[in-house]
Design a protein around this ligand. Structure first.
Ligand code: NDP
Length: 448
């Protein structure tokens, strides 16, 4: 029988790779994980975690303004970006340390180097060292995709947003998906003039249309500018350092910063995958089966590099399922039905299951119940922002097919409500539940 240096060699210590490594090691496997940058990956180092902390920081702009209507004598406040970003990056360091400790405590060898594949069981490290493993797991994630227009090198991506020296006075964000809408809210609250441009007129494709329209309306009311059917043509750096951006269908615009938020590409370039016959799809993602196995029998992949659903909790579940199946004698597959998701815009959006449009396309019809209301806190604050909750049900059985919300704290509310949707409950189960008054969440049991 062939012998290998490791039972499992994981490339990439992000959400999926860390979970798979530590669980496989806990099941008794000899595991190493290679990471070329920092343990924690996109989510911890330059994604969900620091982004959410910026969202909290940004929200104080509105909270401080609203506080006056609640009797607080709030003097004119200054915001210091340097203080916030230092504290956020310190927190990132703390979590990076905690992840590293978890791997060490589980006996996983951490190799701080880039690793590439040399064959079905072979890995070469940047230092030149060659190692072998019975099984290889690729969990290298994805990287921001930047349209290759002239001058694109003058733009930044969300990676660099956490390291800006100051908040730009004028920023143009390209794209209208998750990152564009989240950072539009962040920069706007910190005082920047934000222009969001997109090649189509659809923001947040995949979310419920009415909910998206509500976000668009509120964002425009706040002063965020949108330009649609605007294809990026180029960026010219002017003498004073500002950036002139040209786009189709609109006049050029001069800004201080351009941020690309136009999707993320799987990190499969120059990884040596071809040496092992690992098939990639048209977007460069590793093609895997339901057990995360690639077209090479000893190589598996989890997380964003497979481009199934690019969300941290999915990568974590895939890593766990892989480790339990391969090393824990517990065959497990990830269930991709009814995955809740949220956009941490201002206000946030959250959804689970089919949108009204998707349900009608799939079943021909659907019953839709809504609540369109102004949260009590917004009323007193004089803030003219209405929340919208939508429940999409099967027109015959009233089984809930989807739940879609926009308004304060909806990601927190939806996480709990998603359990009911996942459990296959009907609207009647919500109606039978007594309202918890006064809350915003009670609207879920009072839908009409
Ligand atoms: P999204 O896929 O959400 O949005 C991409 C946007 O860029 C869309 O508006 C799209 O337009 C546009 N676009 C795509 N390609 C081009 C191109 N070549 N030229 C011009 N415009 C283009 O990607 P993001 O970058 O915002 O985020 C990446 C992923 O990260 C998300 O899919 C999500 O899974 C994950 N993420 C999740 C978050 C969360 O859970 N809260 C937060 C941040 C990221 P169109 O729709 O018209 O094609």
């Amino acid at each position: 029988m062939a012998s290998y240096d490791y039972d499992l060699f994981v490339i990439g210590a992000g959400s999926g790779g860390v979970r798979a490594s530590r669980v496989a090691a806990a099941h008794g496997a000899k595991v190493a994980v290679a990471e070329e940058y920092r343990v924690g990956g996109t989510c911890v180092i330059r994604g969900c975690v620091p982004k959410k902390l910026l969202i909290y920081g940004a929200h104080f702009a509105e909270d401080l303004a609203d506080a006056r209507r609640f009797g607080w004598n709030v003097p004119d406040c200054d915001f210091d970006w340097k203080v916030l970003i230092k504290n956020v990056l310190d927190e990132v360091d703390r979590i990076n340390g905690a992840y590293t400790d978890t791997l060490n405590n589980n006996g996983v060898e951490i190799i701080q180097e880039r690793a590439t594949i040399t064959g079905p069981h072979g890995i070469r490290l940047a230092s030149g060292r060659e190692v072998t493993a019975k099984t290889i797991l690729v969990a290298v994630g994805a990287t921001p995709s930047v349209p290759k227009c002239p001058g694109h090198e003058h733009g930044i991506t969300s990676n660099e947003a956490f390291h800006l020296e100051s908040i730009p006075k004028r920023i143009l964000i390209a794209g209208a998906g998750y990152i564009a809408n989240e950072f539009a809210g962040i920069f706007h609250q910190f005082g920047a003039h934000v222009t969001l441009i997109n090649r189509t007129d659809v923001i947040l494709r995949g979310y419920d249309e009415q909910i998206r329209d509500r976000l668009l309306q509120i964002s425009m009311m706040k002063g965020i500018e949108f330009r649609f059917h605007a294809d990026f043509q180029g960026i010219e750096k002017l003498k004073d350092g500002s950036l002139k951006v040209s786009m189709s269908g609109h006049e050029p615009i001069v800004v201080d910063c351009v941020m690309f938020a136009t999707g993320r590409d799987p990190n499969t370039a120059d990884l040596g995958l071809e040496t092992a016959g690992v098939e990639l799809d048209a977007k460069g993602a590793i093609v895997v089966d339901d057990d995360n196995r690639s077209t090479c029998a000893s190589i598996y992949a989890v997380g964003d590099v497979t481009n199934r659903i690019q969300l941290t909790p999915i990568a974590i579940r895939e890593g766990q399922a892989f480790a339990d199946t391969m090393f824990g004698n517990k065959p497990t597959r990830v269930d991709y039905e009814n995955v809740p998701s949220a956009v941490f815009s201002h206000p946030p959006i959250a959804g689970v299951g089919l949108t009204e449009g998707q349900a009608k396309a799939k079943f021909g019809s659907a019953k839709v119940y809504t609540s369109d209301f102004r949260p009590m806190k917004n009323v007193l604050a004089g803030r003219n922002e209405r929340s919208l909750y939508k429940m999409v049900c099967d027109s015959e059985t009233d089984k809930i097919l989807g739940l879609h919300m926009i308004g304060p704290d909806v990601p927190e509310i939806l996480q709990a409500a998603a359990i009911a949707v996942k459990a296959g409950l009907t609207k009647a189960a919500f109606d039978q539940t007594v309202a918890l008054h006064p809350t915003m969440a009670e609207e879920l049991v009072l839908l009409r």
